[in-house]
Design a binder for this molecule. Structure first.
Ligand code: TV7
Ligand code: CA
Ligand code: ZN
Length: 393
């Protein structure tokens, strides 16, 4: 048997708005806000709320969203007619301009509420960090890294991460953004392209013209002009299909360990997109719950205030497993957590296998071929270390 207790000497906070989970992008759309319900059911069944400060968050206000987004974009987001309603030509025009209403970013009922709730959840986490009321603030409803100032992209409409980082920059000198979603964190990278107060580092599958969004090559390290303070402050780790826990941990520790030394962040913002897990509906990697969680554990060891965001993740049972395990890492009970999913877990039948750490064979049947050679991974680390020679704080 095991006991979940509050961690000694630091505070973990959990930020969520249950109203968010009720929204639907559409029957066949891969993004299922309901995965947040499944995540919470595991977090609760394991008794983790006892070890955290739990907050029901409010939606972000229009003024708060405007700290990053353009007013005309927000106005359209707030008033756009849902897809099943007739629209005039002018509104069809704006849909194209703002990239709204396609199959990736549909105009569904309650869209503005959903977006402002996601933004509000991450802002709430950031506020607890800047007030020093929390050391690790968790916002699984956030992590929507593709959204631009005036444009929706890749299932993301409001960039809650940028909002949270901007809030941190009002109180702290430097923020390190780390992104382990299988997609490139392009929206966050672009937002802080020209500043040396934010370093961004995304690990992702990279195959332009084949895999979304097609940016984030190894040589994309920020503005090419040395006079621009943002030069060398974008780090990209482009990967191929099938990467394993062992390879990913080696890359992550070699790169993030070095960044921590040279950049010395005052806050870490960690996007934990779970579409980098094996068996994801959109992802291509062979990561297990343990390997995904190892990234969180490694960051935690730095003892720097940290915000943990959600992100992608399209096989809900595996998203819930990873995010529940990562919550347990934050509160420091990960080594005690039983592999057996508690019998009283709501929706337990959705987990298919009744363990928190299913084997690769259980998840995939046959693992996906690994297209990442040891030589290529060494070259990536070497390139990143060369970039970091230009960075000194
Ligand atoms: C953070 N991949 C977001 C990741 C965003 C990925 C894409 C889909 C997709 C959309 C669907 C759908 C899908 C099975 C998968 C070039 C296109 C090709 C739409 C069919 N099934 C995150 C965005 C990516 C929508 N987009 O990082 C409705 O896959 O590749 C593309 C763009 C044009 C649009 N078509 C796909 O994880 C949260 N979309 C089924 C129904
Ligand atoms: Ca990524
Ligand atoms: Zn993704």
């Amino acid at each position: 048997d095991y006991n979940i207790v509050r961690p000694k000497g630091y505070t973990v906070s959990f930020h969520a708005n249950p109203e968010m989970e009720k929204h639907h992008f559409g029957q066949t759309h891969p993004m299922k806000p309901w995965r947040l319900t499944l995540t919470k059911s595991l977090v609760f069944a394991y008794g983790m709320p006892f070890a955290m400060d739990n907050f029901v968050t409010r939606a972000a206000t229009y003024e708060e969203l405007k700290s990053f987004h353009a007013a005309d974009y927000l106005d359209y987001l707030a008033t756009a007619p849902p897809e099943d309603q007739p629209q005039d030509i002018d509104s069809a025009d704006r849909e194209i301009k703002f990239n709204l209403g396609g199959s990736d970013c549909p105009l569904f009922h309650g869209l503005y509420d959903y977006c402002s709730m996601s933004g509000g959840t991450s802002l709430d986490a950031a506020r607890k960090i800047v007030n020093r009321q929390s050391d690790i603030a968790i916002a699984w409803g956030g992590g929507l890294h593709h959204a631009k100032r005036s444009e929706a992209s890749g299932f993301c409409y409001i960039n809650d991460i940028v909002l949270a980082i901007l809030q941190c920059l009002r109180h702290f000198p430097r923020v390190l953004y780390i992104d382990i979603d299988v997609h490139h964190g392009d929206g966050v990278e672009e937002a802080f392209f020209s500043t040396d107060r934010v370093m961004t580092c995304s690990f992702h599958k990279y195959q332009p013209d084949v895999f979304f969004p097609g940016t984030g090559g190894l040589d994309d390290n920020g503005p090419k002009s040395e006079h621009n303070p943002g030069a060398h402050h974008s780090i990209n780790v482009p990967l191929n299909d099938g990467i394993t826990d062992e390879q990913y941990a080696w890359l992550f520790e070699s790169i993030i360990g070095k960044i921590n030394q040279v950049f010395r962040p005052s806050v870490i913002a960690l996007q934990c997109g779970a579409d980098s897990l094996a068996g994801d509906r959109l992802g291509r990697f062979n990561l297990q719950v343990q390997g995904h969680g190892a990234c969180v554990a490694f960051c935690k060891k730095f003892n720097i205030p940290m915000i943990i965001f959600g992100g992608g993740g399209y096989t809900p049972r595996n998203v819930a497993r990873a995010w529940a395990y990562e919550t347990s890492i934050a509160i420091g009970c990960d080594t005690k957590i039983p592999d057996q999913i508690p019998a009283h877990t709501p929706w337990r039948e959705h987990f298919v296998h009744d363990t928190l750490f299913p084997t690769l064979e259980q998840i995939l049947g046959e693992p996906r071929a690994n297209r990442n050679s040891a030589k290529r991974l060494q070259d990536i680390v070497q390139h990143v270390h060369e970039q970091l020679r230009f960075v000194e704080h």
